[in-house]
Design a protein around this ligand. Sequence first.
Ligand SMILES: Nc1ncnc2c1ncn2[C@@H]1O[C@H](COP(=O)(O)OP(=O)(O)O)[C@@H](O)[C@H]1O
Ligand SMILES: O=C(OP(=O)(O)O)[C@H](O)COP(=O)(O)O
Length: 399
Amino acid sequence: MSIRTLDDLLAEGVSGRRVLVRADLNVPLDKQSGDITDDGRIRAVLPTLSALTGAGAKVVVCSHLGRPKGAPDPQFSLRPVAGRLGELLGARVHFATDTVGESARSTVDALADGEVALLENLRFNKGETSKDDTERAAFADQLAAFGDAYVDDAFGAVHRRHASVHDVPARLPHVAGRLVLREVEVLSRLTGEPERPYVVVLGGSKVSDKLAVIEALLPTVDRLLIGGGMCFTFLKAQGHEVGSSLLEEEMVETCRSLLERSEGKIMLPVDVVAADAFAPDAAHDTVPADGIPSKRVGLDIGPETVAGFAAALKGARTIFWNGPMGVFEMPAFAHGTRGIAETIAKSEAFTVVGGGDSAAAVRALGLDESSFGHISTGGGASLEYLEGKTLPGIAALEN
Ligand SMILES: Nc1ncnc2c1ncn2[C@@H]1O[C@H](COP(=O)(O)OP(=O)(O)O)[C@@H](O)[C@H]1O
Ligand SMILES: O=C(OP(=O)(O)O)[C@H](O)COP(=O)(O)O
């Protein structure tokens, strides 16, 4: 891989230069208070930021948060992240209240050597995620104007063909940051010939994002265990009622076809914790996966499923896990995620956990991070990397 690195940029000297850093500061927020519930992704980018500030660069950080629809939306503001980043860096982070407007321009212009600015959410601008090349290019031009060089340290977003990931590097001297390099180095261990049995566990809520990955991974894996919000579209494809559980109706047919072609590798829940409502205190009980009552919502995998998945993980030599098994943010629905996480933590396999929420779950459940081989900051990104796809953010650095 012919990618220039942060060390190459530092060797050229960055003192007094403006360095635009694309980070993935898409951290989970508490729905009520808006507080950051896990700062792992902020911590993960500190080595790159500290190296740059230490070398006297004017550091301009940009990131997305959540999925706002191309316009400002206060619930997705990066302001709280600026505060936390400042605490962790031990220095003030200057926050721009827009991404490429007047506030961003004046904030960047006022930066002294060794100081850090954070721009407001990239996705408050249509150009960031647009499929239209011209619209993306116009936004990329505006962003690129804030840097003399570009560092990509947003591993969690390298699978997105977005302006800040794919188009800005074409406009500036560009390098990979410390996090991106480390992630690629570790994950490449899973792309060649992973030690077998190789078991992948998938959950979470980004169903359609991950179905294409399942298709690609099926020939490579020995077992694929599907829980979390992912499983209901598959259960529906098997002809079962899923009540008001998370469902992507238009993907049912794809799931049916995947199940047919899976040679029995796909394992689905046999029981589910079904609740009256999507709420922490909702009444709930365990029901068979083929008998979810019509008004109930499946919020976790049941104990029999945890035992079955644990048995399938026994003896594995390589394990990749992405996506919580249930709505672990609510303690009543965290048992499945805990059961699977504890099983993986105890395994002697080479274990990789990927994804912002999966990593957050490991920490929220108080598990020892060092009992996993690697905790990746990217869920979709690591899955697509494992698929062997050329990721837009990595390809852009290679050019
Ligand atoms: N049964 C379920 N119904 C709805 N949401 C779920 C369910 N199980 C898990 N989730 C949610 O999935 C989210 C994480 O999904 P995702 O973003 O795909 O994971 P990651 O960030 O690890 O890649 C969590 O917020 C969790 O509450
Ligand atoms: O949280 C992320 O991905 P992940 O949930 O797959 O780990 C990244 O920040 C990418 O976000 P996106 O899936 O909204 O593009």
